[in-house]
Design a protein around this ligand. Structure first.
Ligand SMILES: NC(=O)c1ccc[n+]([C@@H]2O[C@H](COP(=O)([O-])OP(=O)(O)OC[C@H]3O[C@@H](n4cnc5c(N)ncnc54)[C@H](O)[C@@H]3O)[C@@H](O)[C@H]2O)c1
Length: 251
């Protein structure tokens, strides 16, 4: 059946978000892509034929403006995917220890990774009655760091990703009467600019050994999981965290 739903992918300028935009475009969605990096986003929009919108998800008003603009251009957002986040590193690279994490960095990570996801979730919820029954999907991005502790990432990052797993459970319960599902994907190590900020290709052999399937994952593999979650096939899955990590973390 041809896809009639409007999908909004936030964080679509890079990595997993860009791969998700390419995949959802191939799946025939009426696609909107958003990011704060407008130059990179323009490339993804050209490639996918999506409508591009600027957003800073740390800014509540910017999130409202985004939903208004997408709705005016394409119609109500049925499918929301948020991949936008940051993972702070030590200046010059390397894992940022708790004692060295400044108040500004803690606030910035929480503003983007947690409050950003909440502003998007609230804006989606406010407009949920415009989504046709059975069409609605929300997919957020957690991380294996949420349950493993960040072996390569800062404590503030794992904290923010743990919050996403709680967020999806609460929102899933609230939106279930409307048959809207809410889930998150928890990637392990995925070859994107975010991972590469802390992992030199010279360390790949060691990183690969830490993964039972023997390799770092790809952004396309994350997009496959997201595409499934937003499809009809996943209509009975909600409030869940889908671990897509090559066995890096098993629970
Ligand atoms: N790459 C990995 O190994 C990995 C592992 C676990 C979880 N994740 C999660 O997957 C998601 C995608 O990560 P990625 O590796 O593709 O990262 P990435 O850095 O390649 O892409 C993140 C995108 O988010 C955008 N962004 C950041 N802050 C924003 C803001 N305030 N407003 C709007 N856009 C903003 C960036 O411009 C960028 O385009 C993130 O939530 C990340 O935490 C990634």
């Amino acid at each position: 059946m041809p896809e009639k739903r409007v999908a909004l992918v936030v964080g679509a300028a890079s990595g997993i978000g860009a791969a998700t935009a390419r995949r959802l475009a191939r799946d025939g969605f009426r696609l909107a892509v958003a990011d704060r990096d407008q130059a990179a986003l323009a490339g993804v929009a050209t490639e996918t034929g999506a409508c591009a919108f600027p957003v800073d998800i740390a800014d509540e008003a910017s999130v409202t403006t985004l939903f208004d603009a997408v709705e005016a251009a394409l119609g109500p957002v049925a499918v929301l995917v948020n991949t936008a986040a940051i993972s702070p590193m030590k200046p010059g690279g390397g894992m940022l220890g708790m004692a060295d994490t400044s108040s500004d960095v803690i606030r910035r990570v929480m503003d983007i990774n947690v409050l950003g996801a909440l502003w998007l979730s609230r804006e989606y919820s406010l407009r949920a009655d415009r989504v046709e029954r059975g069409d609605g999907r929300v997919v957020l991005l957690s991380s294996s760091a949420a349950r493993l502790g960040g072996m390569r990432s800062a404590v503030v990052y794992s904290t923010s990703k743990g919050a996403i797993q709680s967020l999806v459970k609460g929102l899933a319960r609230e939106l279930a009467p409307r048959a809207i599902t809410v889930n998150c994907v928890a990637p392990g190590l995925v070859d994107t600019p975010m991972l590469r900020a802390g992992l030199d290709p010279a360390q790949d052999e060691e990183a690969n050994k830490a993964v039972p399937l023997g390799r770092i994952g790809t952004a396309d593999e994350m997009a496959n999981a997201i595409a499934w979650l937003v499809s009809d096939q996943a209509a009975y899955m909600t409030g869940a965290t889908l671990d897509v990590n090559g066995g890096y973390h098993m629970l």
